[in-house]
Design a protein around this ligand. Structure first.
Ligand code: PDD
Length: 293
């Protein structure tokens, strides 16, 4: 069976799936997106991702393109058609097709909704066992990275720099020399006292849904957390470091800008949070703690 994707009301063979050249997403990056992991058949933190999609849309004066339960149905139908139970789901909503002009179009065809899925192997990943490298780069984004827009050029350039240096992720650094977040993940360190440190989620970073889940889990495990900024220099001295996202899950970091982190192996706290996060998305912890995903 050929791979299917969803475009504006229809399930289409992936190779034929397209939007018009005057889609405002294509021409102006006028749109938002979400990435949701489906892990062993469970859509990890689906509610959190759909809430954030709705928020991103409303920040751009847009509505959900379809009812929330329709979106939930479409994602499941796409997974079923593609026979996937371990996958990433990509949702993109743009302001749709209209003659190219900057202000919102008076006569648009309505929003475009595109959903794609692709298989993802979550178990036994070498990056979880060995850890990954990170490099720091200047944060060159606009002033509202809390909105998950499809305008990702600064992140493209940042990731390319990382790849060229044999790293998995780029941590972006603001003008005051504080780490904001990863190009596509939130950035965390663990201090000598065993405290988690991650930047406060204001408008200068994306409030990661995985970040929120880790906050709930660490509270239950009685691990201290400080929501504050940290510099690259502080991260070099950390005993552990990790990145979180729907795709990275909880990825251990063993090297930042060529500085070995801790023992140079994935840290104990990181791996514990990874295991707990996996039980959480498998639906175990949620029920147990009364905050089902
Ligand atoms: N990115 N920060 C940025 C800049 C991100 O792009 C992402 C996610 C995160 C983590 O958010 P969450 O935990 O909700 O996935 C933080 C997705 C995975 C992407 O762009 O592919």
């Amino acid at each position: 069976m050929p791979r299917s994707s969803y475009v504006n009301g229809a399930y289409i063979p992936h190779k034929d799936a397209s939007v018009h050249i005057e889609d405002r997403g294509y021409q102006l990056a006028d749109g938002v997106y979400e990435v949701i992991a489906c892990i062993h058949g469970h859509l990890a933190d689906e509610r959190g991702h759909l809430d954030r999609l709705q928020r991103s849309l409303s920040e751009l004066d847009m509505n959900m393109p379809v009812q929330r339960n329709s979106l939930q149905f479409i994602m499941r139908e796409l997974l079923r058609r593609n026979r996937l139970s371990n996958a990433n789901i990509y949702i993109q909503v743009t302001r749709g097709e209209a003659k190219r002009d900057f202000p919102y179009p008076a006569n648009s065809m309505g929003p475009s909704l595109v959903i794609t899925t692709w298989p993802f192997q979550f178990d036994n990943q070498s990056k979880m066992e060995e850890g990954v490298k990170v490099v720091t780069v200047p944060d060159q984004r606009w002033k509202r990275p809390d909105i998950k827009t499809i305008a990702l050029l600064p992140q493209v350039l940042a990731k390319q720099k990382a790849v060229e240096q044999g790293a998995y992720e780029a941590w972006m650094v603001d003008n005051e020399d504080f780490v904001t977040e990863g190009a596509s993940s939130n950035a965390w360190i663990v201090t000598r006292a065993g405290t988690l440190v991650t930047r406060k989620a204001t408008t200068d970073i994306l409030r990661g849904v995985t970040r929120t889940a880790i906050d709930k889990i660490r509270k239950d495990l009685q691990i201290e957390m400080e929501e504050r900024s940290f510099t690259p220099a502080e991260s070099y001295e950390a005993v552990e470091a990790f990145s979180t996202s729907a795709v990275a899950l909880v990825t251990p970091i063993i090297d930042i800008d060529g500085h070995k982190i801790g023992s140079g192996k994935p840290g104990e706290v990181t791996m514990r949070l990874y295991d707990e996060y996996i039980s959480y998305v498998n639906g175990l912890r949620g029920e147990q703690l009364g905050w089902a995903a």
